[in-house]
Ligand binder design. Structure first.
Ligand code: ZN
Length: 430
């Protein structure tokens, strides 16, 4: 599928530091493997109700990772999917009386615009589930052939549908990604799209990889019977076929730790190809609104396009999201946005000052903070400190404003270097 248009990335003065990230599977902060091409797979949207700030926080986080890897001279192969065939999409389309394909197309178009507004670098491969059905059919075939998956029969399926299930322990390493105890697995499996009570399954945690065709649902041909892909195997197939096994980073929101990422890994590992699915599993915390978790069911979503339509600078959205660490559950509020705007004004004033403080030492501190598992709160404080030294303690000057755009115009090399670091490393246009 067509990706979006990304801003160009320019080199930043000074030198990068090796990036270290928290890996969910080992629960420690580890170096990102270097050299060759760094494979980065981030689970994409199901195209409805996008792009709320929870989505934005996730894609901004992985954009930051992408930018830091590029800054370190790595080649990054970034892949993202779109779950454009799934029950939540069908349910929303039915509720609103629209065709699910049209809803998906319109939402993906909005998502692209939001990603462009937020200066997020596009993935090299942006792949829809519909586009990758052949790849899923191939992988389900491999799982059936080697005994890692089984098909319900007319005999053991109470509704007669011959769905295909993955034996949850087929990879021999089930549970290594999430490290969750079995009671937590059971709870999340039931809450997040699993079907523990489905009769005919050999184990409650066995996961659907192919849903047999039902009346009124889209379906595709497969040798064992027409149907459509399960959720997890879509990402297994798309990632494996583009990045190979053992790629560097599998990423997404922390609600994907289980079952989605556990099964994405297990499916690909059981299908063969050798080794583990990804080397690091990186997860972002959820975003709340005024202290309450932001969710579709609560109806308290704040959307990027609504903020942009109000005239909010997308750079302020990024800075607001950077105020908390990416792994923590964070809150969004009007105060956070106001503080982010004030911060940008402070920075812009310093960038366009006649005599800014030397930028290089501050940029080195920003890089060090970001390389340490994306310590954005500390990185922001280093930029603040540089700006305060430039502007005089706690005095915020307006700075130059190029024709009312809010953009700072650097007059000096130091101002230009800091502006370059902010846009190229952090995606914050000043
Ligand atoms: Zn996924």
């Amino acid at each position: 599928m067509r990706s979006w248009t990304g801003p160009a990335v320019a080199p930043v003065a000074g030198s990068a530091q090796p990036l270290r990230l928290h890996d969910t599977s080992t629960q420690v902060v580890r170096p990102v493997p270097r050299g060759g091409t760094v494979g980065l797979y981030v689970c994409g949207i199901t195209p409805y109700d996008t792009t709320h700030l929870g989505h934005a926080a996730t894609y901004v986080t992985f954009d930051l990772i992408n930018r830091l890897l590029l800054d370190a001279g790595e080649q990054v192969h970034y892949v993202q999917n779109i779950t454009d065939v799934d029950d939540p999409l069908f349910e929303r389309a039915a509720r609103d009386g629209v065709d699910w394909r049209e809803l998906g197309t319109a939402e993906v178009a909005s998502f692209r615009k939001d990603m462009e507004a937020l200066s997020i670098l596009p993935p090299r491969d942006y792949v829809g589930a519909i586009e990758s059905v052949d790849e899923v059919v191939e992988m389900v075939g491999q799982l059936l052939e080697n005994g890692s998956a089984y098909q319900l029969t007319e005999h053991d399926s109470p509704d007669g549908y011959e769905d295909v299930y993955f034996r949850h322990d087929a990879s021999g390493n089930f549970g290594y990604e999430s490290n969750y105890p079995v009671d937590v697995m059971n709870e999340f499996f039931a809450e997040r799209g699993g079907d523990p009570d489905r009769e005919g399954k050999r184990h409650p945690l066995d996961a659907l990889v192919w849903r047999a065709a039902r009346p009124g649902e889209p379906s595709w041909h497969a040798p064992w019977g027409d149907g459509r892909p399960g959720w997890h195997i879509e990402c297994s197939a798309i990632a494996r076929n583009r990045l190979g096994m053992g790629f560097a980073i599998q990423g997404g929101g922390d609600d994907l730790i289980f079952p989605h990422h556990e099964f994405s890994a297990a499916h690909a590992e059981a299908a063969g190809g050798g080794g583990r699915f990804a080397q690091l599993y990186v997860h972002t915390g959820m975003i709340g609104l005024d202290g309450v978790k932001m969710s579709k069911s609560l109806g308290n979503l704040v959307r990027v396009r609504e903020l942009v339509a109000e005239g909010i600078d997308p750079a302020a959205i990024r800075v607001g999201l950077y105020v908390g660490h990416y792994r923590s559950a964070r809150s969004w509020s009007a105060e956070i946005l106001e503080e982010a705007q004030a911060r940008l004004a402070l920075w812009r004033g310093a960038i366009s000052a006649a005599e800014p403080a030397p930028a290089a030492p501050a940029i080195e501190l920003v890089r060090a903070a970001l390389a340490d598992d994306l310590d954005t709160p500390t990185a922001l404080r280093h930029v603040d400190a540089w700006a305060r030294v430039t502007n005089g303690v706690d005095s915020v000057t307006g700075g130059d404003d190029a024709a009312g755009t809010g953009r700072a115009v650097p007059r000096t090399e130091d101002g230009a270097e800091m502006a370059s670091a902010l846009i190229n490393l952090m995606g914050v246009g000043v």
